[in-house]
Design a protein around this ligand. Structure first.
Ligand code: 26A
Length: 343
């Protein structure tokens, strides 16, 4: 079997429900953020399961991207790695993955529950509070099993959720080295502000492998802050990251900053070391068409990597990303429309 794209991340089931600003304040949560839960957040999951608005939907940022990429690509294009438990939540993930034909090679933890994320919807905002569970126990040795490593060797593209830096930077480096040594495309998403803030060292260890970096404006701001960048303007931050040392010198680095409804910023460093800066206008979506924004960024990344796998050019890849993000926003949770739409 040859899957062109290999993805790695934390498989989670999203417990999505509507909340008020007061509810977020009670737990000290921001309107738009992603955090790892502490003990004090635990009642949120029970609140959610009892809430009339609750929806259980497949989540996990990189898994959402893997599903979206497989949604757009021909059958048998994408395989996703992560760790789950042996339980009902994992069954739900299997169902969602099956609906788009996404292959998984989960590492199964017999005694630990599948990870879950409270996706707290407040109008156009979403606040994510995650209990990683089994996802926290993924080991690089799972990738190194002969039947899995064979898939890695046959793949040509890699997509890594930055969230996985909290779990196994070693697994990311293993794939990064393989990609760099074999001149394959390696894409990293910065995932959330807390990654740049609290996982700065592992983030700095994996960036040298990245051909493409995708993040949003608040993750870029967190990066600028934790790296003490003097000029924190988005163009300067993207240019700084694009020019950081790179293991595979055969490809340029491209940095992509999404900014919600504002234009997507792209900085690519050419062979002469010059930064090429572009801005791409987003597909406008009427406010009344927004169902929820959970998974919008993952859908953008999905469209982008699907284009990459198909050998399309950079600007078309961004356009596909923006299109798929707009489609996903009109669905409940990090999902894609059925019957299938084509770009
Ligand atoms: C390590 N953390 C906090 C996480 C996540 C996460 N995926 C992986 N690791 N916290 C939230 N998510 C997922 O992000 C998606 C929206 O972009 C949620 O499961 C949600 O589906």
């Amino acid at each position: 079997m040859v899957y062109k794209l290999v993805c790695l991340g934390n498989p989670l089931l999203d417990i999505q429900f509507d909340v008020t600003k007061e509810y977020l304040d009670k737990y000290g949560l921001k309107e738009n953020d992603a955090i790892l839960v502490e003990e004090k957040h635990m009642p949120i999951f029970d609140d959610g399961l009892k809430d009339p608005s609750v929806k259980l939907v497949a989540g996990g940022a990189a898994q959402n991207t893997a599903r979206g990429a497989q949604y757009l690509l021909p059958e048998i294009s994408v395989v996703y790695f992560g760790s789950v438990g042996n339980d009902k939540y994992a069954e739900k993930l299997h169902e969602a993955n099956k609906s788009v034909g996404l292959a998984t090679r989960y590492q199964v933890q017999p005694d630990i529950g599948t990870g879950k994320c409270a996706a707290l919807i407040n109008g156009p905002n979403r606040s994510l509070a995650t209990d990683l569970g089994a996802a926290n126990h993924f080991k690089p040795s799972h990738l190194q099993k002969p039947e899995n490593w064979e898939l890695v060797e046959k793949a040509s593209f890699f997509y890594i959720g930055g969230f996985h830096l909290t779990v196994s930077p070693e697994a990311i480096i293993l794939l990064g080295k393989h990609a760099a040594e074999n001149n394959k495309d390696f894409v990293i998403n910065f995932s959330a502000p807390f990654i740049a803030q609290f996982f700065k060292d592992p983030l700095d260890q994996v960036v040298p492998y990245a051909d493409y970096i995708i993040c949003n404006e608040s993750e870029a701001a967190a990066y600028a802050e934790s790296h003490d960048l003097k000029d924190k303007s988005l163009v300067e931050v993207a240019t700084y990251i694009a020019k950081l040392p790179k293991v595979n010198s055969k490809k340029p680095r491209t940095v992509i900053f999404t900014q919600g409804l504002d234009p997507t910023l792209v900085v690519r460093v050419d062979a002469q070391g010059e930064a090429q800066i572009s801005e791409i206008v987003v597909h406008p979506l009427a406010a009344d068409k927004v169902v929820d924004t959970n998974g919008a960024g993952d859908a953008f990344a999905a469209g982008f990597v699907a284009g990459l796998v198909q050998g399309k050019d950079l600007f078309e890849n961004i356009d596909i990303g923006q299109w798929l993000a707009a489609e996903s926003i009109q669905q409940v949770g990090p999902s894609y429309p059925f019957p299938k739409k084509t770009y």
